[in-house]
Write a protein that binds this ligand. Structure first.
Ligand code: CO
Length: 296
């Protein structure tokens, strides 16, 4: 990682923070999820950057990977996770918050716990911890507040144009002796009232390309060209494809999926159907071992 890379990451991190704060300000109970998605996307565009994945708007027991369809009437409510990924020239920042939309603010403590678990892990980075140490810190912070970490969701390394690269940062002590090498990473504790496992539910209306190959259907071909130019292999939403290509989009995406050219992402749902809170920051570790939390 050279100086220029570090500057690019600092820049995208700063914008990521601005967009997160903007989302926090504008989201109110009773808004349609589609309107929230559109407002955040508009802000991203206005800021001169692009989505690295569709903004995830996941309510209650949906932990992640939900994005509304164009005509959806779902209203923001309960415990809402807003996970925002943006990039400029492939330099990605990944950043998430949880918002309590209940009248009685019943999720205050679980949200604070997710934030504290994240903060404790970030603080520990200075001591060159193993992945086990990081996971255990997250787990202990969560369990000491009588909640459960979601053990099959984890933080991850980030590479250029790649949101989820090779390394995972666990949300529990997993006995890994591996330490953090120089590079870019996201830490994202997920906390729940439930048992702390997620399963894959229905399609979350998010897709990504596995491999760019030729396909016969003209609409599918146009979609693929559009995605290759704008997102490469980063995730995109059905909603955007529908906005661009109209009612033939769902069928074309289905064809591309059947041909193993694209994949769809399932909603990630908590097994005991209890609400989940999330907090996330992206940090980089320089070649000198300096830790810079770019989204803070
Ligand atoms: Co992430």
């Amino acid at each position: 990682m050279d100086k220029q890379d570090i500057e690019k990451y600092k820049h995208i991190g700063k914008i990521s923070k601005e967009i997160r704060e903007y989302a926090k300000k504008i989201i109110k109970p009773g808004m349609l999820l589609v309107d929230i998605a559109q407002i955040i996307e508009d802000k991203i565009k206005e800021s001169g950057v692009e989505c690295a994945f569709p903004v995830n708007l996941s309510i209650d027991d949906i932990a992640a990977h939900y994005h509304p369809v164009p005509d959806e009437k779902t209203i923001a409510s309960g415990l809402l996770k807003v996970d925002i990924g943006i990039h400029k020239d492939g330099y990605i920042a990944d950043n998430a918050i949880s918002i309590d939309l209940t009248e009685k603010k019943e999720h205050k403590k679980i949200i604070e716990t997710a934030e504290n678990a994240l903060e404790n892990a970030l603080q520990l980075l200075k001591k060159n911890p193993t992945l086990h140490d990081l996971g255990l810190t997250i787990q202990k912070t969560i369990e000491s507040n009588k909640f459960s970490p979601v053990i099959n969701l984890s933080g991850h390394s980030i590479e250029k144009y790649k949101v989820h690269a090779g390394t995972t940062i666990p949300n529990y002590g997993n006995n890994s002796k591996q330490t953090i090498k120089s590079g870019v990473y996201a830490i994202e504790p997920f906390v729940t009232y439930g048992e702390g496992k997620i399963y894959e539910g229905n399609n979350g209306n998010i897709y990504s390309v596995i491999e760019f190959k030729s396909t016969r259907s003209p609409t599918a071909r146009k979609i693929l060209e559009y995605v290759e130019k704008k997102y490469k292999t980063m995730p995109f939403s059905y909603r955007e494809i529908f906005q661009q290509f109209g009612p033939l989009s769902r069928l074309a995406l289905k064809e591309l999926e059947n041909q193993h050219i694209i994949r769809s992402y399932a909603q990630l749902i908590e097994a005991s159907h209890k609400p989940v809170a999330q907090a996330e920051h992206t940090f980089l570790k320089t070649d000198d071992g300096e830790i810079i939390v770019i989204t803070k």
